[in-house]
Design a protein around this ligand. Sequence first.
Ligand code: NI
Length: 142
Amino acid sequence: MSHVSVTRRYRFCAAHRLHTDHLTAEENWAAFGKCNNPNGHGHNYVVLVTVAGDAGREARQLEELDRVAEDTIVRRFDHHDMNLDPAFADMTTTGENLVKLIWDLLVVRLPAGRLLKVGVIETRDNYFEFAGAGQLIGGSHG
Ligand code: NI
């Protein structure tokens, strides 16, 4: 097994509003502050996808990754309101939830064990990272 990993960067612009119907208006404001603004707001999201290297197949592998990422992530979210995405029907569009959703969308489309980590840069100072639920106990998620 190769110990080299490769990270590709993808970008999309999307709108969202941090809000949950499980809280009152005041509680939402307390939890999310200005991100709870009813008009929503947008981010230029950067998604960093890290995969295990596959010696001798790198070019083919990255082509495949680009295609999967475009199909499942960029096309789905770019210039969309994420609050309207079915995956967020009962989940707040936080960076934590987004990075896990992106992991879930990618892991089922890639060969087993290939996906190592997903990172999402939401703002200049906010970065979220997820490496799979089974990572800490030695298993590989998905
Ligand atoms: Ni935001």
